[in-house]
Design a protein around this ligand. Structure first.
Ligand code: SF4
Length: 184
Protein backbone atom coordinates (compact mmCIF):
# COMPACT_ATOMS: atom_id res chain seq x y z
CA UNK A 1 0.00 0.00 0.00
CA UNK A 2 1.36 3.45 -0.86
CA UNK A 3 2.41 5.95 1.82
CA UNK A 4 -0.43 8.19 0.60
CA UNK A 5 -3.03 5.48 1.28
CA UNK A 6 -1.49 4.75 4.67
CA UNK A 7 -1.72 8.44 5.55
CA UNK A 8 -5.42 8.44 4.59
CA UNK A 9 -6.05 5.63 7.09
CA UNK A 10 -4.39 7.47 9.96
CA UNK A 11 -6.48 8.92 12.76
CA UNK A 12 -6.28 12.71 12.79
CA UNK A 13 -5.64 14.30 16.19
CA UNK A 14 -5.95 17.90 17.36
CA UNK A 15 -4.72 19.17 20.73
CA UNK A 16 -4.85 22.58 22.33
CA UNK A 17 -4.19 24.31 25.62
CA UNK A 18 -6.65 26.91 26.94
CA UNK A 19 -6.66 28.25 30.53
CA UNK A 20 -4.20 25.77 32.01
CA UNK A 21 -0.52 25.47 32.77
CA UNK A 22 0.50 23.30 29.80
CA UNK A 23 1.21 20.49 32.27
CA UNK A 24 -1.23 18.14 30.52
CA UNK A 25 0.65 18.60 27.23
CA UNK A 26 3.93 18.02 29.06
CA UNK A 27 2.41 14.83 30.42
CA UNK A 28 1.39 13.85 26.87
CA UNK A 29 5.05 14.10 25.91
CA UNK A 30 5.79 11.67 28.77
CA UNK A 31 4.60 8.88 26.48
CA UNK A 32 8.23 9.21 25.31
CA UNK A 33 9.22 6.74 22.58
CA UNK A 34 5.55 5.75 22.14
CA UNK A 35 5.25 9.03 20.21
CA UNK A 36 6.91 7.19 17.32
CA UNK A 37 4.32 4.42 17.63
CA UNK A 38 1.60 7.07 17.69
CA UNK A 39 2.82 8.66 14.48
CA UNK A 40 2.40 5.27 12.77
CA UNK A 41 -1.34 5.33 13.41
CA UNK A 42 -2.14 9.00 13.83
CA UNK A 43 -1.27 12.39 12.44
CA UNK A 44 -1.61 15.78 14.07
CA UNK A 45 -3.87 18.62 13.00
CA UNK A 46 -3.94 21.82 15.09
CA UNK A 47 -1.60 21.26 18.03
CA UNK A 48 1.38 22.88 19.77
CA UNK A 49 3.26 19.93 18.25
CA UNK A 50 2.55 21.14 14.70
CA UNK A 51 1.93 24.85 15.23
CA UNK A 52 -1.07 24.58 12.84
CA UNK A 53 -3.21 27.55 13.85
CA UNK A 54 -6.70 26.34 12.86
CA UNK A 55 -8.31 22.96 13.14
CA UNK A 56 -9.59 21.05 10.12
CA UNK A 57 -11.81 17.95 10.18
CA UNK A 58 -10.31 15.47 12.63
CA UNK A 59 -11.19 12.37 14.60
CA UNK A 60 -10.13 13.23 18.14
CA UNK A 61 -9.54 16.56 19.87
CA UNK A 62 -7.72 16.62 23.23
CA UNK A 63 -8.29 19.88 25.09
CA UNK A 64 -6.35 21.00 28.16
CA UNK A 65 -7.52 23.95 30.26
CA UNK A 66 -10.77 25.72 30.97
CA UNK A 67 -12.32 28.62 29.09
CA UNK A 68 -11.35 32.04 30.46
CA UNK A 69 -11.59 34.46 27.54
CA UNK A 70 -13.22 35.09 24.17
CA UNK A 71 -10.32 33.51 22.28
CA UNK A 72 -10.72 30.28 24.30
CA UNK A 73 -14.42 30.24 23.35
CA UNK A 74 -13.59 30.52 19.65
CA UNK A 75 -10.93 27.79 19.86
CA UNK A 76 -13.09 25.30 21.73
CA UNK A 77 -16.00 25.89 19.36
CA UNK A 78 -13.72 25.39 16.36
CA UNK A 79 -12.45 22.09 17.73
CA UNK A 80 -15.97 20.95 18.61
CA UNK A 81 -17.18 21.77 15.09
CA UNK A 82 -14.36 19.76 13.52
CA UNK A 83 -13.72 16.81 15.83
CA UNK A 84 -15.79 13.63 15.96
CA UNK A 85 -14.68 13.02 19.56
CA UNK A 86 -13.79 15.78 22.00
CA UNK A 87 -11.92 14.92 25.21
CA UNK A 88 -11.56 17.24 28.23
CA UNK A 89 -8.06 16.45 29.50
CA UNK A 90 -7.21 17.27 33.11
CA UNK A 91 -8.85 19.06 36.01
CA UNK A 92 -8.83 22.52 34.39
CA UNK A 93 -10.77 21.31 31.34
CA UNK A 94 -13.14 19.22 33.45
CA UNK A 95 -13.99 21.64 36.27
CA UNK A 96 -11.92 24.81 35.76
CA UNK A 97 -9.08 23.61 38.02
CA UNK A 98 -6.64 26.09 39.55
CA UNK A 99 -7.46 28.98 37.16
CA UNK A 100 -11.05 28.81 38.42
CA UNK A 101 -9.86 29.98 41.85
CA UNK A 102 -10.52 33.45 40.45
CA UNK A 103 -14.23 32.66 40.07
CA UNK A 104 -14.97 33.91 43.58
CA UNK A 105 -13.56 37.33 42.71
CA UNK A 106 -14.74 40.16 40.48
CA UNK A 107 -12.79 40.15 37.19
CA UNK A 108 -12.78 43.96 36.91
CA UNK A 109 -11.32 44.24 40.40
CA UNK A 110 -8.68 41.59 39.62
CA UNK A 111 -7.59 43.47 36.49
CA UNK A 112 -7.44 46.79 38.36
CA UNK A 113 -5.28 45.24 41.09
CA UNK A 114 -2.93 43.35 38.76
CA UNK A 115 -2.31 46.04 36.15
CA UNK A 116 -1.04 49.20 37.85
CA UNK A 117 1.10 52.09 36.71
CA UNK A 118 4.57 51.53 38.24
CA UNK A 119 4.96 55.24 38.99
CA UNK A 120 1.51 56.42 40.10
CA UNK A 121 0.23 53.00 41.25
CA UNK A 122 -3.06 53.86 39.50
CA UNK A 123 -4.88 51.04 37.65
CA UNK A 124 -3.70 50.79 34.02
CA UNK A 125 -5.60 47.85 32.53
CA UNK A 126 -4.42 47.02 28.97
CA UNK A 127 -7.09 47.70 26.41
CA UNK A 128 -6.86 46.74 22.74
CA UNK A 129 -9.19 45.13 20.24
CA UNK A 130 -6.36 42.62 19.66
CA UNK A 131 -6.61 41.34 23.22
CA UNK A 132 -9.14 38.61 23.95
CA UNK A 133 -11.93 39.70 26.27
CA UNK A 134 -11.66 38.14 29.74
CA UNK A 135 -14.80 36.24 30.76
CA UNK A 136 -16.47 36.83 34.12
CA UNK A 137 -15.18 33.45 35.27
CA UNK A 138 -13.29 30.37 34.13
CA UNK A 139 -15.69 27.82 32.65
CA UNK A 140 -15.19 24.06 32.34
CA UNK A 141 -15.41 22.88 28.74
CA UNK A 142 -18.78 21.20 29.18
CA UNK A 143 -20.40 24.56 29.96
CA UNK A 144 -19.37 25.83 26.51
CA UNK A 145 -19.52 22.78 24.21
CA UNK A 146 -20.55 19.13 24.30
CA UNK A 147 -17.77 16.97 25.74
CA UNK A 148 -17.60 13.28 24.82
CA UNK A 149 -15.04 12.09 27.37
CA UNK A 150 -13.19 13.42 30.40
CA UNK A 151 -9.71 12.25 31.34
CA UNK A 152 -9.12 13.21 35.00
CA UNK A 153 -5.88 14.15 36.72
CA UNK A 154 -3.70 17.19 37.29
CA UNK A 155 -2.19 16.15 35.05
CA UNK A 156 -3.22 12.67 33.93
CA UNK A 157 -0.01 10.65 33.62
CA UNK A 158 1.61 9.90 30.28
CA UNK A 159 0.62 6.26 30.77
CA UNK A 160 -3.01 7.26 31.37
CA UNK A 161 -3.04 9.47 28.28
CA UNK A 162 -1.51 6.68 26.19
CA UNK A 163 -4.03 4.08 27.40
CA UNK A 164 -6.98 6.45 26.93
CA UNK A 165 -5.88 7.59 23.47
CA UNK A 166 -5.05 4.14 22.12
CA UNK A 167 -8.40 2.80 23.40
CA UNK A 168 -10.14 5.58 21.44
CA UNK A 169 -8.04 5.08 18.31
CA UNK A 170 -8.69 1.33 18.35
CA UNK A 171 -12.43 1.91 18.77
CA UNK A 172 -12.61 0.62 22.36
CA UNK A 173 -14.45 2.31 25.22
CA UNK A 174 -11.62 4.08 27.12
CA UNK A 175 -11.00 2.39 30.45
CA UNK A 176 -8.48 3.37 33.12
CA UNK A 177 -7.85 1.00 35.98
CA UNK A 178 -6.00 1.88 39.18
CA UNK A 179 -3.34 3.26 39.46
CA UNK A 180 -3.85 5.10 36.12
CA UNK A 181 -7.09 6.67 37.31
CA UNK A 182 -6.54 9.52 39.75
CA UNK A 183 -7.89 13.00 40.34
CA UNK A 184 -4.89 14.96 41.58
S1 SF4 B 1 -5.06 19.96 34.89
FE1 SF4 B 1 -3.22 20.45 36.10
S2 SF4 B 1 -1.52 19.96 34.72
FE2 SF4 B 1 -3.37 20.11 33.42
S3 SF4 B 1 -3.40 22.24 32.71
FE3 SF4 B 1 -4.61 22.16 34.61
S4 SF4 B 1 -3.15 22.70 36.26
FE4 SF4 B 1 -1.95 22.13 34.45
Amino acid sequence: MSDQNLDKMKVRLATTSLAGCFGCHMSFLDIDERLFELTEIAEFDRSPLTDIKHCGPCDIALIEGGVCNSDNVNVVRELRANAKILVAVGACAINGGLPALRNRLDIEEILRRVYRDPVTDEPRVPSSIELPLALDKVYPLNEIVRVDYSLPGCPPSGDAIWKFLTDLILGRMPRLDQPLLHYD
